[in-house]
Write a protein that binds this ligand. Structure first.
Ligand code: COA
Ligand code: MG
Length: 289
């Protein structure tokens, strides 16, 4: 999934607009964008929205961002929404693989209660919201088959650090946040799950947003979260591999398949060996997904 659009779970209008956007996935939010007093209402609204949206022939993936495991609200969130069978849960303030397993156990119970296939609800973690969470990044590897993606956040991390800002005057992230970003990318690849880049809050700044998407793709992120529908087409454009790139990947895979004895091959005047083959295979796997 290239684009994941946040829609506040207490806004019927934004959930509806999200469905009409071209987002590959909606993150229906029960956490920070929903005020405490609205949480019970948001659970009901989110469940009804998911149930209706699931009836559509063509729809985005539907994930729900629950409240953090230490908030005391996670169980009520899950009890409120699991009957509508979300495709996945976005877990904020995750501290590592142990939190994934903790959430997985809660999901297994609700799947059984709601007649859902065991293990069918995926988990994506926001994995850098505190300093200690950054040290937990290596523990996602092998944590659970439910784990589908890791993403990162600078807003809550800057609060935990007491940082004055997370972005420099030129719009780029300050170095400690770049470290968290890069560690998330490494952790996701190490865990064999999708690396997703963080949100760009300044939703009127298209140029800065594009730059950040291009830099994320350059480094290996395969998607980015959006907070506004206007960001979705830009994400989809930038994270869709160009046709020439796909064609070239097919030719690389074919060249190695045609020469099973060869470790290294020349194609279009360029040397290709195993890392090139792996990159080509990864790209084709992403395209077919
Ligand atoms: N999903 C769906 N629709 C959205 C949307 C979103 N995330 N953000 C804005 N829209 C809609 C608005 O409702 C508005 O609809 P309208 O034209 O029918 O009135 C339209 O898109 C244009 O919105 P705009 O006026 O440009 O922005 P806004 O001031 O209404 O909203 C935010 C700005 C930041 C409040 C809004 O984008 C938002 O709620 N984003 C998600 C926040 C979130 O979930 N954060 C948690 C993760 S960090
Ligand atoms: Mg947050």
């Amino acid at each position: 999934m290239r684009s994941q659009l946040f829609v506040p779970g207490d806004s019927e209008k934004k959930m509806g607009k999200g469905l009409e956007s071209e987002a590959d996935c909606l993150f229906v939010d029960l956490e920070d964008s929903v005020a405490a007093a609205n949480k019970p209402k948001a659970r009901d609204m989110a469940r009804e929205f998911l149930a209706e949206a699931r009836k559509r022939a063509k729809r985005p993936l539907l994930y729900v961002r629950v409240n953090a495991l230490d908030s005391g609200l996670t169980d009520a969130d899950l009890d409120g929404i699991m009957a509508a069978a979300p495709d996945g849960i976005l877990l904020p303030k995750s501290q590592g693989g142990v939190d994934v397993q903790h959430l997985a156990a809660k999901l297994a119970v609700r799947e059984a209660e709601n007649d859902l296939v065991d293990g069918s609800t995926r988990i994506c973690c926001v994995a850098t919201e505190t300093a200690s969470a950054v040290f937990g990044l290596a523990s996602y590897r092998g944590a659970s088959r439910r784990l589908s993606a890791l993403t990162w956040g600078a807003e809550d991390l800057s609060a935990d650090l007491g940082a004055e800002t997370n972005r420099l005057e030129n719009g780029l992230h300050a170095p400690v946040f770049v470290l968290a970003r890069n560690m998330t990318l490494l952790a996701a690849v190490s865990a064999g799950v999708q690396p997703i880049d963080t949100v760009y809050p300044n939703f009127r700044d298209e140029q800065g947003f594009r730059r950040e998407c291009i830099e994320a793709r350059r480094d290996g992120f395969t998607g980015k979260m959006a907070i506004h529908p206007a960001q979705v087409p830009i994400i989809n454009e930038i994270f869709t591999p160009p046709a020439e790139e796909i064609e070239r990947a097919r030719r690389i895979v074919k060249a190695f398949a045609d020469n099973p004895e060869a470790g290294v091959i020349g194609l279009d005047g360029e040397m290709l060996d195993k890392p090139h083959l792996e990159r080509a295979r990864k790209l084709l796997a992403r395209v077919s997904a």
